[in-house]
Design a protein around this ligand. Sequence first.
Ligand SMILES: *Cc1c(COP(=O)(O)O)cnc(C)c1O
Length: 361
Amino acid sequence: MARPNQARINLSALRNNLALVRQLAPRARVMAVVKANAYGHGALTIARELDTRVDALAVACIEEAQELRDGQVNSPILLLEGLFEPAELATAAARNYWVTVDNEQQLAWLEKARLPRPIRCLLKIDTGMHRLGVAPAEAGAFYRRLKACKSVSDDVVLTTHFASADDTGSDLTTTQLALFEATCQDLPGERSAANSAGVLAWPASHYDWVRPGYMLFGNSPLTGDHPNAAALEPVMTLVSAVISLRAVQPGETVGYGANWTATRSSRIATVCIGYGDGYPRLAPNGTPVLVNGQRAPLAGRVSMDMITVDVTDLADVSIGDEVILWGAGLAAAEIAQCADTIGYELTTRMTARTPRVVVTR
Ligand SMILES: *Cc1c(COP(=O)(O)O)cnc(C)c1O
């Protein structure tokens, strides 16, 4: 038997989550964010499924866009970080990539370019994230230069990005929204602000285009439960299997560093997945996994290729039994919390060693 690890990718869950986006933001168009290999889910698989169902796709950079276009994905594709060099402009024009413009250099490249076709641009305004974007006071001047630029199509979109929308009581989000409104007041054009947290919890941020990523994969970025997130279904279920079972006596230890000690006669299952496959090494003793659908805690440090699980309280565990690390029945966010990170990082850092396998349910 082959090593049994799989990241099962459930495309009906993806469609369900997109339907939730449409339901929550019925007047907005949807730009689905599939950067970083669709958050580890497999960019082409996800983009092909979404291609005819969304209004545009978004990736970080042109290399990610090329993979999708070469794979016969036809939607417009926004480059969220914009251009890294002016040579990218001809490709963007030829292949219908939209570009974020967030600084003077990118604008100057557009003004110098002679393109066969104008490019759609999103002018990014820094309303408080302080990472990318032009200052609100400069937005009008940038906007007018974009409008005058022959390489830029007339339908400039005004955009911004939230720093704390995952906190539903965030004052910063309220402030960012107000600053965005004030900045855009005299600048006609479509607007875009909402990431997944905006879609879920900030209806005033929906505007003309929403930009969900994380929620499409069935995860909620919101801190705490939220009714709007209840219908999300995880797209990725990471599975492995038990490859060894043993009895451990009280006082004996398990794994590297001997950091788990049996306090009773225990049964330890070894599961063939580790940090070399994308399971987080920082997951501590007690982190849950599902063995045959039942929760059991990690016992011992995560190795490169294996983890060890205390299955003393489970009946009938055998070699070959299925183990779910996260996904259906066990939210990636819960595992992430144990490992002091976020679900975004868990799925994004899944290694190529773990095959992505499409399932229909
Ligand atoms: C990644 C990204 C998104 C999507 O964010 P999620 O929290 O995954 O929904 C939206 N907009 C921009 C600018 C991004 O970089």
